[in-house]
Design a binder for this molecule. Sequence first.
Ligand SMILES: *[C@@H]1O[C@H](CO)[C@@H](O)[C@H](O)[C@H]1NC(C)=O
Ligand SMILES: *[C@@H]1O[C@H](CO)[C@@H](O)[C@H](O)[C@H]1NC(C)=O
Ligand SMILES: *[C@@H]1O[C@H](CO)[C@@H](O)[C@H](O)[C@H]1NC(C)=O
Length: 259
Amino acid sequence: MDFSNSLKPFAFLLVCLLLWQTQTDAATCSDCFTQSRAAYYPNSEENGTETGACEFGSFGATINGGDVSAASDLYRSGLGCGACYQVRCTNAKYCSDNGVTVVITDSGSSDHTDFILSNHAFSKMAQTKDAAASLLALGVVDIEYRRVSCSYPNHNITIKIDENSNYPYYLAFVIWYQQGNKDITAVQLCETQNYSCKLLDRSHGAVWSITPPPSGPLSIRMLLSGSDEGDETWVVPDNNIPQDWKAGATYDTGVQINV
Ligand SMILES: *[C@@H]1O[C@H](CO)[C@@H](O)[C@H](O)[C@H]1NC(C)=O
Ligand SMILES: *[C@@H]1O[C@H](CO)[C@@H](O)[C@H](O)[C@H]1NC(C)=O
Ligand SMILES: *[C@@H]1O[C@H](CO)[C@@H](O)[C@H](O)[C@H]1NC(C)=O
């Protein structure tokens, strides 16, 4: 008996099942691309801007090899700061399959765009150097995007104390190098002696602040929220912010989100 022939209908059925499975997965859409448009910073250096609305400073211009972006709706009043997106342009003649992965560090829109990419990121969507020149000449291009995990090998989540902080009365900071694809939706600072905690405000951009901050060495807690309802986890780092924290200083939390 020829098994290979008798198995053919089953193989066909299997392919159908797999296709059906792929379709139902697509229906949940966690990996789906959304159609949109992207421009790039006018008159920009290759990287992003140090004065981005997220207030990440020079980190916001150069993180991820300078592949950063301003977002309009995806900025989400600052909640979107630090989120990563795969962005690929759709013109088959010029565009590569994978496009580029960018980090949101600024707010902005232009002619129905979701992204204003750094020059470096915009060019990276192209197949070749020549194609990049053609894309840049177009100015605004059709793209598709999806949220992806950020990845910062060799970095822990790091607290950067804002230059405007005023010890010990006013403490403000941004959070650098958060891996994964979740949002930081709340931050607490706890006194390490007696564990009384205070909830911070995200005052503007990605800046968390509190007046007056708790005293003593401070333990920070970050609430990470995913897109699914109830997907929330408090992350509590190993390292404290030292008692005598300084404006402008960076403090390694000693933890990272696994991706
Ligand atoms: C862009 O950022 C990279 C680091 O990501 C840095 O090495 C490079 O010097 C920057 N370029 C400019 C023009 O600032
Ligand atoms: C907790 O301890 C700090 C000193 O480490 C002190 O300043 C603060 O008043 C204490 N808070 C409470 C609620 O006891
Ligand atoms: C991250 O934190 C861990 C634990 O404190 C430490 O061992 C490691 O060296 C840190 N990694 C970096 C890149 O600083």
